[in-house]
Design a protein around this ligand. Structure first.
Ligand code: GRF
Length: 217
């Protein structure tokens, strides 16, 4: 259950760092839910691995610090991920939010944010992990598709699911039309899942990781 807006004000806002690679529509939705008082969070920074990500423009328009940490500026992957980790940690996030960040983070990075990093994936996990989910769902003749918010673990798209939303596959759908409906759902469930974490985080320090509570509920 989402808290009603009056009680949201009583919560300490969850400090978020959002990682993106592209359009940033999920970032935009999160910012919108915060502005509307439906999400008790602050976006401390948006970090992109691509300088041309439109999400950087969205962040700056909203007055959110926006940075680029690009792979090409580092001699190897290890140096790149070490730099990314330093920049994320500089903002002391309660939660790292992957929102269309198109890289598989190494174990060392993931381990640093155990139970403190979430991702959104355009499928009903555990089905259709990886890329091109909309076309693969169509090719498989599925009748249902959707999106999942999940905790990030070392295995790609395999961490415990927090929240899912379904859409029906319509006759005549193509990857674009189906993907657009899934994206609309993403914009709703990502903020709901983050709000759920904001409301439950006090419990995280009491011996039961939030990821386990998410699975149990
Ligand atoms: C979304 O479909 C998300 O599920 C996937 O990447 C896409 C990002 O879209 N991980 P946007 O950049 O938030 O518009």
């Amino acid at each position: 259950m989402m808290a009603d807006p009056s009680s949201i004000r009583a919560l300490n806002p969850l400090n978020l760092v959002v990682l993106i690679s592209g359009n940033g529509s999920n970032l935009q939705a999160i910012l919108g839910h915060i502005a509307a008082g439906r999400l008790s969070a602050t976006v401390a920074a948006v970090i992109s691995d691509r300088a041309d990500a439109f999400g950087l423009v969205r962040a700056r328009r909203a007055g959110v610090p926006a940075e680029v940490v690009a792979r090409g500026d580092y001699r190897d992957a290890a140096a790149f991920y070490a730099a990314l980790l330093r920049r994320v940690e500089a903002f002391a996030p309660d939660l790292v939010v992957l929102a269309g960040f198109m890289r598989v983070l190494p174990e060392r990075f993931v381990g640093r944010f155990a139970h403190r990093m979430v991702n959104i994936h355009p499928s009903l996990l555990p089905r259709f992990k990886g890329l091109n989910t909309h076309q693969r769902v169509l090719d498989a003749g599925e009748r249902r598709h959707g999106a999942s918010v999940h905790w990030v673990t070392a295995e790609l798209d395999a961490g415990p699911v927090i929240l899912q939303a379904e859409v029906e596959v319509a006759p005549g759908d193509n990857a674009e039309t189906l993907g657009a409906r899934v994206l609309c759902k993403e914009h709703q469930i990502y903020a709901r899942a983050i709000q759920w974490i904001a409301e439950n985080r006090q419990l995280a320090g009491r011996g039961q990781p939030l990821a386990e509570r998410a699975q149990a509920s």
